[in-house]
Ligand binder design. Structure first.
Ligand SMILES: Cc1cc2nc3c(=O)[nH]c(=O)nc-3n(C[C@H](O)[C@H](O)[C@H](O)COP(=O)(O)OP(=O)(O)OC[C@H]3O[C@@H](n4cnc5c(N)ncnc54)[C@H](O)[C@@H]3O)c2cc1C
Length: 436
């Protein structure tokens, strides 16, 4: 099949889809704005390594990942510390992010994918019906690149998605309240002194809506400061670091790795992720687990599902109709399960530091509840029951909480996603999905 596929951005799902498609003989090129050595983040992240098997990709050698360890949580007033029991079955692992994306890029190259680094997508070429290609820029050299399909794997602030004509009905921007803005850096360790817990999450640290975490390692401290929304200013970052240093005396001043501010989509998957000649995957489609912000495994799994749908389209037209198979598969296997977690995310953005102090001090949320909530793929039914029970006792009643109590109705709406492409039925379903 000599069809031409362009992948915008070397995101995990895009690179996986690229590999699977090149393996089947498609002509696939990935355009990535960063240079090769800078792709991926400069730190380690945790995800389910079972996603490699799900995507039918060989597992990296064992020495390149380690088992992640369990967390402790503290409330804004720092009066309660809850240590989550270790529920990791051994598949939740931590891996160097640069290593991971390079492993996937090498794998894709071995299947025949062409990579153009230092090349930014700066424009989208579209006619009234479909996406026809992209405009790339390398230095000051611009080029129109036409393709039969553009795979958008350019992350949360994808330039491709943000430039899509409105008639394709795919949101150009992530809503403000579903974005988590984070600063993360590894600081040098200046003494062997260890905190009570190696991995502590500060809920609503300094009473700001969000979290901070401190992970004590042998040689460094991994520090994260995150706020709900698109804003995180330098003063807040510095004030949070100062507060943490006062508590964790072994954190030094020197930054060893990271030190950047990034954004994570925390909401449910975008309602529509395909158009004629276009499909979004990973953060550009908001595929992270809401609240947790873990998106690596879903992105890798979705990349495989997207490639399967493309390969199944033997006409090679890659229309909304044929790509719907990808959206249907992704939503029924993963995306729909994230909607309830998204409602929990809404609650988190509506409560206050005082609510959290109250819930933890009055033991409305226990060690077990928090640990289940902290799992990469948590038991949503259990958490909902707990939250519904705990919320009436909290000094907040939110719309989200009321919606959560309609759990079965939500499940029914989600299950109604049309299996076959029918524009009218899909439009009806999208309306309901958006209204949950
Ligand atoms: C601090 C932090 C911690 C996180 N921790 C975890 C974790 O522990 N576990 C987990 O599963 N997830 C975690 N995530 C989320 C995770 O990073 C994403 O969900 C995951 O990487 C999926 O994103 P992606 O592959 O779609 O896109 P990305 O990884 O964002 O990749 C997008 C790529 O597109 C490129 N690009 C962007 N625009 C253009 C353009 N115009 N032209 C060309 N190239 C372009 C970018 O340079 C980038 O290489 C974390 C995120 C952050 C910020």
């Amino acid at each position: 099949m000599n069809r031409k596929i362009v992948v915008a951005g070397a995101g995990h799902g895009g690179v996986v889809a690229a590999a699977k498609l090149a393996e089947k003989g498609y002509d696939v090129t990935v355009f990535e704005k960063k240079c090769r050595k800078d792709v991926g983040f400069d730190w380690h992240d945790t995800f389910r390594i079972t996603c490699f098997a799900d995507a039918d990709i060989p597992l990296p050698p064992e020495e390149n990942y380690s088992r992640s360890f369990s967390l402790a949580f503290t409330n804004p007033a720092k009066t309660v510390m809850i240590t989550a029991p270790d529920t990791n079955d051994g598949t939740n692992c931590s891996m160097d992010r640069r290593y991971l994306i390079n492993y996937l890029i090498n794998y894709a190259e071995s299947k025949g994918v062409k990579f153009c680094f230092n090349t930014q997508i700066t424009g989208v070429i579209a006619d009234k019906d479909r996406i026809l290609g992209v405009v790339t820029a390398k230095g000051n050299k611009k080029k129109a690149v036409f393709a039969d399909l553009v795979i958008d794997s350019a992350g949360i602030n994808s330039d491709v998605r943000s430039m899509l004509p409105q008639k394709f009905s795919i949101p150009n921007d992530m809503p403000d309240n579903s974005v988590f803005t984070v600063y993360r850096a590894y600081f040098e360790r200046i003494s062997p002194e260890n905190p009570a817990n190696p991995y502590t999450v500060h809920l609503f640290h300094r009473k700001k809506p969000g979290i901070s975490w401190v992970i004590a390692k042998n040689d460094y401290f991994d520090v994260l400061i995150g706020h709900f929304g698109k804003e995180l200013n330098e003063d807040d970052i510095q004030a949070a670091i100062k507060d943490l240093k006062e508590e964790y005396h072994a954190i030094g001043d020197r930054i060893i790795r990271g030190g950047s501010v990034e954004q994570i989509p925390l909401g449910r998957t975008l309602p529509l992720i395909v158009a004629d000649g276009y499909a979004a995957v990973g953060d550009s489609a908001s595929m992270t687990i809401p609240i947790m912000g873990s998106g690596i495994a879903n992105s890798i799994r979705a990349g495989k599902m997207l490639a399967d749908a493309v390969i199944a389209d033997t006409t090679g037209n890659f229309t909304c109709e044929t790509l719907w198979k990808y959206q249907y598969n992704y939503f029924t296997k993963i995306g729909n399960n994230l909607v309830i977690a998204d409602k929990l995310r809404e609650i988190c953005t509506q409560i206050t530091a005082e609510d959290i102090d109250y819930a933890l001090e009055k033991e409305l949320l226990s060690q077990k509840d928090i640990s289940l909530g902290a799992e990469a793929e948590f038991n949503i039914g259990y958490i909902i029951q707990k939250v519904i029970k705990a919320l009436p006792k909290l000094p907040v009643i939110t719309n989200a909480a009321i919606t959560l109590s309609k759990y079965n109705t939500i499940k029914k709406i989600l299950a109604e996603i049309p299996e076959e492409y029918n524009k009218e039925h899909i439009d009806e379903w999208l309306k309901k999905y958006n209204n949950i």
